[in-house]
Design a protein around this ligand. Sequence first.
Ligand code: AMP
Ligand code: MG
Length: 438
Amino acid sequence: MTISNDTSGQAASLAQNPLRVDAARAIIRAAVRPVAAVEHVALRSALNRVLAVDIVSPIDVPAHDNAAMDGYAFAGAVLSNAGAAAARAPLSLAVVGEARAGHPFERACGPLECVRIMTGAPMPAGCDTVVPQELVTRKDSHVEFDAQNVAPGANCRRAGEDLARGRAALDAGRIVRSADLGLLASLGVAEVPVRRRVRVAFFSTGDELRSVGEPLDAGCVYDSNRYTLYAMLERMNVDVDVLDLGVIRDEPSAIEAALRSAAASADVVLTSGGVSVGDADFTARMTATLGDVAFWQLAMRPGRPLAFGRLSAAAPGSSEGGALFFGLPGNPVAVMVSFYQFVRDALIAMSGANAAGPLQFAAASSTPIKKRPGRTEFLRAVAMRDAAGQWSVTPTPAQGSGVLSSMSRANCFIVLAHEQGDVAAGTPVDIMPFEGLI
Ligand code: AMP
Ligand code: MG
């Protein structure tokens, strides 16, 4: 793989001409190879996994024509036979038996006969129409109803109308969600072929970082990125295997060892911190010796620096050509934005899924927003629906890339496109809701 915009010696020109977000996405998309291995898991364990093959329905669902309402089943042809002359007279049918769900009426039903039927019961032979019980008058062994109130074929669910035998019920590449799990059960599928999970290893870099449980020395901060990364990985709608490699000091040999071990055990390696141009930013320098990695200045805010590429020290059996590498910035909000804008889609594609991108829709900005054309901006914001049912959105007051609390308060990003300029109050802007994402 050759990654465009490689760094060495180009830092200055890149800074003046940062890479567009859509261009970075395209490079990442082109580099992703879906995992190939397939495993067979029990039905429940298929939730949030990616189907490895089309699931072809072995049966019709429903398996037989059945009643959609409680009432009386009969042959709909009698309705047209009743004819115009008899239209005013009620139709009278003899009740010859009963069918309940799981208890079919075993013999055929004649033209002027009907069968008392409950919802879900198989339609008796000869019947194709159900008159709801509310529309009939019961007279001893007969029912009477107005033929004009019922159309032939009414209130009958046809065999195979949900899923037809021999047809693909779910396509390969589908992420199995709640309805799909039920659907697979309705086909009687007990074991599901799915792609293996993508393995993701991550670590934080920084001499100033302390782990939860350690004392906070002067000038130090607690490492939060490993926790947001863990959470974002766990909450993805496709399962991944997560490997937390801890905090690594700003020391070239320690970073090299961590990168080698991560690349040997994972398909994707994520790091945070050390991708700027500071003296202690060793992640950048070390990856250059371990693989084909580019350092990007992106035309976006927050999350300007990002490293992306492939590390070559791959384990046998992991994805061909080495682990994909994302060197995320250190600032906690920038980590989250970069994850959602680049890493998440790559992991979903690598899992073999054909999923659509995150939900995005328009809402009116409640305030004016300053925006310089020439970069994509992701503002933390709170979207609300007003009493009239209209969506409006308000950026959180603090937008600094270290202010994680505003990320916690927000429920969406406002996405301001590359070319977009200032936004006037009341103008629609694109929002990307967090729910289901974060
Ligand atoms: P860096 O990109 O390494 O220069 O980090 C940028 C900023 O993010 C610095 O203020 C770091 O202290 C902070 N930072 C880096 N990594 C983490 C982390 N894992 N948790 C919290 N803050 C971090
Ligand atoms: Mg650092």
